[in-house]
Design a protein around this ligand. Sequence first.
Ligand code: NAD
Ligand code: ZN
Length: 360
Amino acid sequence: MSSNSAAVLYAARDLRISEWEVPQPAPHEVRIRMRNVGICGSDVHYWWHGHCGPFILRDAMVIGHECAGVVEAVGSAVRDRSVGQRVAVEPGVPCGRCGQCRGGRYNLCGRMQFMATPPVHGALARYVCHAADFCYPLPDGLTLEEGALCEPLSVAVHANDRAGTRVQSRVVVLGAGPIGLACLMVAKAYGAVPVVVTDVSEQRLQVARYHCGADAVVCVREDRSEAETVKAVRQALGGDADGGDVGADAVIDCCGAESTMRVALQVAASGGRVCLVGMAQDEMRLPLVAASTREVDVVGVFRYRNTYPRCIGLLASGKLNARALITHRLKGLDAQQLLQGFEMARTGADGAIKVMFDVE
Ligand code: NAD
Ligand code: ZN
């Protein structure tokens, strides 16, 4: 094996391809020859701002966490992974011992080591070591690209679980970025109908409608009042048998701004659930009492837990075409491609939704 090269973020707006040490797998780790790595909004945020929420970049860090590759070496204690296996990599490794881990909510572990969340190195590199238990073998029919998409799909599976989506649920997804579109696809795969999607971008709504299975879309326009937006979404959901206005059983806010959460609470049916995935704004003024007196539940989401096997199952079943999310594919890992890919993901130029690297 030759050398390792990696996309290393040194400081805000200083992202370079660097020669990097070839990592040696610890006893319970495997070394992966990385192939596909998707760019996520948080990668872009670290690149542009040098921080994301409470996490601050202090030292050089390899970027990227939506990834899949081929097992290339196994640690001395690894029994159930072998060289040559194609794996989807779950990027977060919890401690396994704390109350949250033992209680089954390992995504809330305070000692989580999550790729490309400082100070943990990420995945956009030729060789990466990772806990073997968090590397999931892919069946023959699935591509490594689909393996990498298990990461955003995992957010969507967990969000739909938290939102309580099931067969025949009426669902609203606010925001048609990669996460919103993934939530839409998972809701459809779960049998939800109708699924209504909103965004301010007509282009993203076209993708939702024609490539990701939305039953209806509503474009949120500045010249429309909040009440008009709420009415348009409720109309798109359709009425009950008597023509009554019922609202959504599950609303998934994949934007997370005050304006979307206000709409979310008002389009939820009485007794429905609003799931906040997006993090566009920290503090908001919301019509909470009106929602509370209709028993609308509001739930949070942080990443995901136990979702990889289900994502692989959903993809293998053919119920979900996750590749529709990928708008741009970049082959190789050179400086120009790297910055081009990140710039596209940042600006959404050229209709970019999911930018996917093939490290080769
Ligand atoms: P994104 O920015 O691509 O998508 C947000 C979408 O919302 C955009 O398409 C935007 O046009 C749209 N939007 C803006 N204003 C709107 C409005 N008023 N009504 C409807 N839509 C509107 O981001 P993404 O990568 O899809 O991620 C979505 C959000 O989810 C981000 O805030 C991200 O940080 C968050 N996220 C949370 C978790 C978690 O664990 N909770 C995990 C992953 C991502
Ligand atoms: Zn823990």
